[in-house]
Design a binder for this molecule. Sequence first.
Ligand code: IPE
Ligand code: IPE
Ligand code: MG
Length: 254
Amino acid sequence: MSENSPSSEYFSDVAGLFNPESLPEHVAIIMDGNGRWAQNRGKQRVEGHKAGADTMRTILKACGQWGIKYLTVYAFSTENWKRPQAEVDALMLLLETYLQSEADELEREGVRLATIGDISKLPRRTRDSLASVKARLNNGTGVTLTLALNYGGRDEIIRAVRSLAGAVLSGELAVVDISEELLAGKLDTAGVPDPDLLIRTAGEMRLSNFMLWQVSYSEFYSTAVCWPDFDRREFALALGEYQKRTRKFGDLAK
Ligand code: IPE
Ligand code: IPE
Ligand code: MG
């Protein structure tokens, strides 16, 4: 029996919630509601972020078991610097702790690690942790986990446009040759298929500057559940809902 067989143990707790044979290739998640989850429990916001990191583990593991190849998560936006310094510091520290404590397990699971966003603006220690864990996971053949860090869709497009403009100025590129493919190839997500499914937790109905270019035809799923409470079952429900959609890409239904 293959590992991805619907009757495998990996699917027993979510049996009937989705069809294991037609899963999305790329799931992107706006992990929202950590603060509200904490507040509802009389805890500090940082406790919500810690609980959110545990959810990340759960969902990444489910992707590996269920055969979802790409998981991209919004961890820190270009706008999140507006938060109190103590919360920003706590988030960066949490990321470093997560990378260090998870590296062995991620390697065992064959996870590859990528980032999108301008990570040059992250604290030195965070960048060092990222670089070392990325290098360590370089040979993974399982899920590609992409962390969006100091990520903003507008910032990403601006950086790509600057790069193309530079090529035009130096005479390497003609303006008429600027195409969707060429621009997409300059984005941080170059080489990665666009998300099939975009999930946002905690009930908000907005993109908050996430993957503006790439989600043009992603199926959007919103749930009221806060990120720390999003579990395998909630993920399975989202996948089931995705499978009910008819994706037309502007064409007529096939
Ligand atoms: C998402 O949870 C995590 C980050 C943005 C880093 P929030 O911290 O935004 O939680 P809420 O929206 O305040 O509940
Ligand atoms: C989006 O959530 C960013 C991340 C999940 C990292 P926010 O909580 O920052 O978004 P807004 O402020 O509610 O739009
Ligand atoms: Mg939020």
